[in-house]
Design a binder for this molecule. Structure first.
Ligand code: ATP
Length: 258
C-alpha cells in the first residue's frame, strides 16, 4: 500500500517509535471491571505478523486486545506499546494501532463513505479538501471509489465492514486489531474480507470465533477466565481449543440435542 502522508501527531508526550518488532509487551497485567477480575497476571510480547485470539464468551478477549490500543487501561502491571509505556504515547496510538469493532454501526460516525474515510485523514491534520481528495484516492486504490458518496447506512454488511477497515487503514497503522470482524457477515462476505486482510502489510491481532479464519495465522492465544491457557501455533492451539469446547458441551448439555 502506498505511503503518501508521513504525518504524525505532535501532542503525544513521547514520540512513539513504530519501527520495532515487538509492538506490545504485557508484564503481569491485571484488569478488573466492576467487581470482576477480567484479566489476571498476563505477561507476553506480541510481534508476529498475524496473531489470533480465541476463547469462550467472557474469557477476556475483547478486554485484552483493547489494552493494546488504550481503549482499556490495566489496574496493575505494565503495557508497553512499541517499547513505550502506553500512557506516554496515548495520543499517538490511533495512528499506529488501528482498531476495527465487531459491529460496523458502532464504529462509523459519518453519513457517507467518503466522509468516514476522510475523518482519519482529518485526524492526521489534513485540511478538509485534501482529506476529501486523498480519501477518494484511497477508495480508488481499494476498488471502492463508486461508494464515495453512498450513505453508510445503505451499504451491505460486508461493504460496511470493509469501509470500517479502510477508515482505519487510511491512517496507515502498523498494527490492526480486529474484534470479531466477521461476526455479522455471511460466509462469502467474511471470506472476502479475510482475503483482503491477508494481503495487508499491517500486523494483525484478531479475535475470531470462526477458527477457520485463523488456521494459517502465525500464533494463537487461547484465553480462559482472564488468563492465557495456551499460546502457540494454530496446529497446536486450535485442535486443543476445539476439543475443550466439545468436552464442555458434552458435560454441560449432557448429550441433549439443541
Ligand atoms: N464494563 C464492564 N463492567 C463489568 N464487567 C465487564 C465490563 N465489560 C466486560 N465485562 C465482563 O468482563 C468479562 C470479559 O469480557 P470480554 O468482553 O473481554 O470477554 P470476551 O472474551 O471478549 O467475550 P465475548 O466473546 O462474549 O465477546 C465478561 O465477563 C464481561 O461480562
Amino acid at each position: 500500500m502506498a505511503l503518501w502522508h508521513p504525518l504524525r501527531r505532535k501532542d503525544a508526550k513521547k514520540e512513539l517509535n513504530p519501527n520495532q518488532d515487538v509492538y506490545a509487551r504485557f508484564d503481569r497485567v491485571k484488569l478488573t471491571l466492576g467487581n470482576r477480575q477480567v484479566l489476571s497476571d498476563v505477561s507476553l510480547s506480541l510481534s508476529e505478523k498475524r496473531i489470533g485470539v480465541v476463547g469462550l464468551n467472557g474469557s477476556g478477549k475483547s478486554s485484552f486486545v483493547r489494552l493494546v490500543n488504550g481503549l482499556r487501561r490495566a489496574d496493575s502491571g505494565t503495557v508497553k506499546v512499541f517499547g513505550s509505556d502506553i500512557d506516554d504515547v496515548a495520543a499517538d496510538l490511533p495512528r499506529f494501532v488501528g482498531f476495527v469493532f465487531q459491529n460496523p454501526d458502532h464504529q462509523a460516525i459519518f453519513p457517507t463513505v467518503g466522509e468516514e474515510i476522510a475523518f482519519g485523514l482529518r485526524q492526521l491534520g489534513f485540511d478538509k479538501a485534501k482529506a476529501r481528495d486523498d480519501a477518494l484516492r484511497f477508495l480508488e486504490l481499494h476498488s471502492c471509489s463508486a461508494l464515495v458518496d453512498k450513505p453508510f447506512a445503505e451499504l451491505s454488511e460486508g461493504q460496511k465492514q470493509l469501509i470500517c477497515i479502510l477508515a482505519v487503514l487510511v491512517m496507515e497503522p502498523k498494527v490492526l486489531i480486529l474484534d470479531e470482524p466477521m461476526a455479522s457477515l455471511d460466509g462469502l462476505a467474511g471470506r472476502k474480507i479475510m482475503q483482503k486482510l491477508k494481503k495487508l502489510d499491517q500486523k494483525l491481532l484478531m479475535i475470531s470465533h470462526d477458527l477457520s479464519f485463523l488456521a494459517d495465522f502465525d500464533r494463537i492465544l487461547w484465553l480462559e477466565d482472564g488468563s492465557i491457557r495456551m499460546d502457540s501455533v494454530p496446529g497446536d492451539v486450535l485442535p486443543a481449543f476445539r476439543a475443550d469446547v466439545e468436552r464442555r458441551s458434552a458435560l454441560e448439555l449432557g448429550g441433549d440435542d439443541l
